[in-house]
Ligand binder design. Structure first.
Ligand SMILES: [Zn+2]
Ligand SMILES: [Zn+2]
Length: 226
């Protein structure tokens, strides 16, 4: 994946703006710096390096992991094998740097490049309106997806699809489905062209709390939704 610098700068900016997410964004910025450095060094898995970072700057829930088997985790995660939350975290940090082992693509809600689930939706300006796309949670590829369609189950009945926004985050919307009770956040770049979808998704934690309280589950929890 490219675009580390844009993500790092956006995380630093939101760390100043969103006090409630400052801690998580500080840690996320450390991870991004680690990933950028790792890619510059050729992408070789550095489990000890990540373990050091986690001990220094991460939440307690990630500490104390035996990283002896860490080289196996990215492939296990990509294959859908069950991993502990901490193991999945390690796997995802390395998979985001790449390469992502492919999996069978099952529909237009799966990434066309690697077959995995989307992390976040994006609305980009097009003509007088906006076009919706999805961003892969592992390889960051982006592909077009219909606007009025549930990302999880394909529901298209208008009454079953709800969009929620909060005044505090005018450019991020929760798109929820009452058929499968899943939601995904979509970052509206027509409202805020400075947003970096993956970072803004991760930073707007109150929207996730709000959705969970109403019984919705995230289509794909982000890297730090531990
Ligand atoms: Zn992908
Ligand atoms: Zn649905």
């Amino acid at each position: 994946m490219t675009g580390w610098d844009a993500r790092i700068a956006r995380a630093a900016q939101l760390e100043l703006e969103y006090a409630f997410a400052a801690e998580i964004l500080r840690f996320y910025r450390e991870i991004l710096l680690f990933q950028r450095d790792l890619q510059a060094r050729g992408g070789e898995i550095d489990a000890e390096g990540l373990a050091d970072l986690v001990r220094r700057a991460g939440p307690a829930g990630l500490a104390g992991v035996d990283v002896g088997e860490a080289r196996r985790w990215p492939e296990a995660y990509a294959k859908g094998e069950s991993l502990s939350p901490a193991e999945a975290f390690y796997a995802r940090v390395f998979l985001e740097v790449g390469p992502v082992p492919g999996r069978l693509r099952t529909g237009n809600n799966a990434c066309p490049a690697c077959g995995h689930k989307p992390q976040v939706g994006v609305l980009r300006p097009e003509g007088h309106g906006a076009r919706r796309s999805l961003v892969c949670h592992l390889c960051a590829a982006e592909w077009e997806f219909p606007r009025a369609c549930c990302v999880a189950c394909g529901e298209t009945v208008f009454d079953k699809l709800a969009v929620y926004t909060a005044e505090q985050f005018a450019h991020v919307r929760v798109e929820a489905c009452d058929t499968c009770k899943r939601y995904i956040k979509t970052v509206d770049l027509t409202k805020n062209g400075l947003a970096v979808p993956v970072v803004d998704e991760l930073a707007t934690t109150p929207l996730d709390l709000w959705a969970r309280e109403r019984g919705y589950l995230c289509v794909q929890p982000n890297l730090l939704a531990l």
